[in-house]
Design a protein around this ligand. Structure first.
Ligand code: BGC
Length: 745
């Protein structure tokens, strides 16, 4: 396509029409100029392409596709390559189905365990969430299919998601909520970014210039197309002016008219329209130029990948040696999820899987088991007959493997959970089975953390999350030891909901939600408060054991952290090695430890592998709001390597040089800040003058500890007039401020 030429030939009306969809799932076309209507579809962990792809079919039936483990599960793999393989498979199916862009990944931070959509998001940790989103994007896009990184930004709850305003301080925003998007945009270069429904500080994401243009494009270098979440358009022309390219789904001729009128009345610059249209044309061109169908494409192979991925994502939370199971003796599978697992979540990500394996089916190739349903799925209420039958079976069995978790009604897109409990009928059944059976193994199917009141009474807990269409087969592989579990939690399981940092401010009141906990999200909070948790971030057991030795570092940026890891058990298995950074003498408030790198590796029994993790300088930094940039405070930092955030096995201290920060001086700058900013520079006369005025301040700028001097040190410049004993007028002070801000010659 000759894009500049096409743009030149397009009428204003045609351009305006392009700024919203053609229908529910297509971008607009310009047939007379050879621009096709490209299709987009959900996302993120499987393709949901509606059979009637205009969006007019009320049944919303979708074509058969592979349901991979959802993001909550995928994240526990801590495996960029694996997530990339899922992306490749998604991209390949999109090519077959003529879909140009798959709507995902979603990389919002898990602020509360209650968010109904946590199953679609990766983690409470920004680095992990960003790295895996980038891997997903790179996988899909390697197949010449676009992604839509979503939901940009601060969509951390479902409650009032279309109208709520997220009120978050800037440092928290940068360090926690923006970082996953920043990493994904910079490392993944997604074809599109989808804005969230909500407002941010009172401004809808869909018309938020600070986000869509200043941050995303100008600062992070995003070159793709921005699209609204479905129905997130508020003021169309304001959106385009802010950097929003395509409103989805179509808002028809009325939407186009709004753009034409805004351009004609001078409210909207035609340059904004042209820039948006150019980006949309580029996307259509990119897709059509590379679109191809593979004559050998066979969806069936993806089921094997789904099974492998589900195995790699599962987290063994507890095991007293009961697992892996031997394939003999009386084994009972108990619980409706053994027969019909919950393997995906509700809402826009809901896939129509072409194949599904339950644990009950999969176990047939391993050994004979008995089965009792035990409970009805979508309810809290106990079914006495089912319960009695299951308890009887358990009492006759050597091992009861119980398949339990959260039903669809308990968590979904569109609403948040009210509590962290599993259904009462399931909790009660576990307690009753544990009374009559010596060995109880719990297999969990859930999208986010639950409480486990029965934990002390069971022997093992295997967390499968919502593990995709092959989750049943993967669970059987792990239960019987075909492979060892190797996933680690990408989020903390708190003891109780009340312990969660967002507890008092989730989901907010009316249309406002205040993120009062600031940057202390997830383990950053539990660690700072030294709180006990049910399972910490990064936790996950294995059928073998690993020893960590000889933590060492090399280089500076990135610093390479190496550790020798030995498999000291009898089974080959993978280990996820995590690296955390700790500021030994923080000047500003900082988390005790923050994840700064991770690698997953396979180690054969008895073997030692050296794992090397690159840690970039950004790991030491915090976002300095006054300076408007990331800043490293010079000093000593500790880099720890471990098997979980609370199982650190070794550490090294490194001396890090700080950044020189130039903050603009204002009348609110303090005396001490001014002295520090100017002493030893070309502007030293200012510091000298201040030292003279504030008697008692020593020559090197460090104050003696008298009360008066501490008082003077913290005095803002605007208050100095009254305290300088007539030595400084407001005019003098203003001149000092101007001189301090003047560029050096
Ligand atoms: C969801 C998006 C989804 C879109 C299209 C919205 O309601 O928030 O994640 O991609 O619908 O189905």
């Amino acid at each position: 396509m000759n894009i500049p030429e096409i743009l030149q030939q397009m009428t204003l009306e045609e351009k305006a029409r392009m700024l919203s969809g053609r229908d529910f799932w297509h971008f607009e076309a310009v047939e007379r100029l050879g621009v096709p209507a490209v299709m987009v579809a959900d996302g993120p962990h499987g393709l949901r392409k509606e059979v009637d792809n205009t969006g007019n079919d009320a049944s919303k039936a979708s074509v058969p596709a592979t349901a991979f483990p959802t993001a909550a599960a995928l994240a526990c793999s801590f495996d960029r390559e694996l997530v990339g393989q899922v992306g490749e498979a998604l991209g390949e199916l999109c090519q077959e189905e003529d879909v140009a862009v798959i709507l995902g990944p979603g990389t919002n931070i898990k602020r509360s365990p209650l968010c109904g959509r946590n199953f679609e998001y990766f983690s409470e940790d920004p680095l992990l969430a960003g790295e895996l989103a980038a891997a997903h994007i790179n996988g899909v896009q390697s197949r010449d299919i676009g992604t839509s990184l979503k939901h940009f930004m601060l969509n951390n709850q479902e409650n009032r998601r279309l109208t709520v305003s997220a009120e978050v301080d800037e440092r928290t925003c940068r360090e926690i909520y923006m970082t996953p998007f920043e990493i994904a945009v910079k490392k993944g270069k997604p074809w599109t970014v989808m804005c969230s429904y909500n407002k941010i500080g009172g401004v809808y994401a869909s018309e938020n210039k600070a986000l869509l243009t200043d941050l995303l494009r100008d600062e992070w270098g995003f070159e793709g197309v921005t699209i609204t979440d479905w129905g997130a358009c508020n003021d169309h022309a304001a959106g385009v002016a802010a950097g929003m390219d395509v409103v989805m789904p179509s808002i028809g001729e009325e939407g186009a008219r709004e753009i034409v009128d805004a351009v004609n009345d001078g409210r909207l610059d035609i340059a904004c329209v042209d820039a948006a249209v150019t980006r949309i044309l580029k996307l259509a061109d990119r897709y059509t130029a590379t679109h191809k169908k593979d004559p050998d494409f066979f969806l069936g192979v993806q089921h094997h990948l789904a099974r492998k991925v589900a195995r790699e994502c599962a987290v063994l939370l507890k095991n007293d040696g009961t697992l892996p199971l031997a394939s003999k003796g009386n084994i009972a599978f108990i619980g409706a999820f053994a027969e019909a697992p919950r393997y995906q979540g509700g809402g826009s990500s809901h896939v129509n899987p072409y194949e599904m394996t339950s644990a009950l089916e999969a176990v047939r190739s391993v050994c004979k088991v008995s089965y009792a349903k035990g409970y009805q799925t979508e309810t809290d209420t106990v079914d006495e007959a089912l319960e009695a039958e299951a308890v009887k079976l358990a009492s006759e069995s050597d091992v009861a493997v119980m398949f339990v978790g959260l039903p669809d009604a308990f968590e979904s897109e569109g609403y948040d959970r009210k509590h962290m409990e599993m259904p009462n009928c399931q909790n009660r059944l576990i307690e009753k089975v544990a009374e009559v059976c010596k060995k109880v193994v719990i297999v969990l199917h859930n999208g986010s953390p639950i409480t486990m009141p029965w934990l002390d009474k069971v022997n093992a807990v295997l967390e499968m999350y919502l593990g995709g269409q092959a989750v049943g087969a993967a669970a059987v592989d792990l239960l019987f030891g075909a492979v060892s579990p190797s996933g680690k939690l990408a989020e903390t399981f708190p003891l109780r909901l009340e312990d969660n940092p967002s507890y008092l401010n989730f989901p907010g009141d009316d249309d406002i939600v205040r993120y009062a906990e600031g940057m202390y999200v997830g383990y950053r909070w539990y660690d700072a408060r030294k709180m006990d948790v049910r399972y910490p971030f990064g936790h996950g057991l294995s059928y073998t054991t690993f020893k960590y030795d000889n933590v060492r570092v090399e280089g500076t940026d990135p610093v390479m952290v190496s550790v020798d890891v030995t498999n000291t058990g009898r089974m080959g298995a993978k280990e996820i090695v995590q690296c955390y950074v700790h500021d030994c003498a923080p000047v500003v408030s900082k988390p005790v430890n923050a994840l700064c790198g991770f690698e997953k590796i396979y180690i054969a029994p008895g073997k030692t592998v050296t794992v090397t993790i690159p840690v970039e300088r950004r790991a030491y930094s915090h976002y300095d709001v006054k300076a408007g940039r990331w800043v490293v405070d010079g000093g000593e930092y500790e880099l720890s390597v471990g098997a979980s955030s609370r199982d650190l096995r070794g550490s090294v201290k490194v001396a890090v040089a700080g950044d020189k920060v130039e903050r603009p001086v204002t009348l609110d700058t303090t005396v001490m800040e001014m002295i520090r900013a100017t002493l030893g520079t070309q502007k030293e006369t200012i510091a000298k003058k201040l030292l003279e005025v504030c008697s008692g301040v020593s020559e090197n700028g460090a104050l003696s500890e008298t009360l008066e001097n501490v008082f003077m040190a913290d005095l803002p410049l605007h208050s100095l007039r009254g305290f300088s004993g007539g030595k400084l007028s407001m005019k003098d002070i203003r001149e000092m401020v101007a001189a301090a801000n003047a560029k050096d010659k």
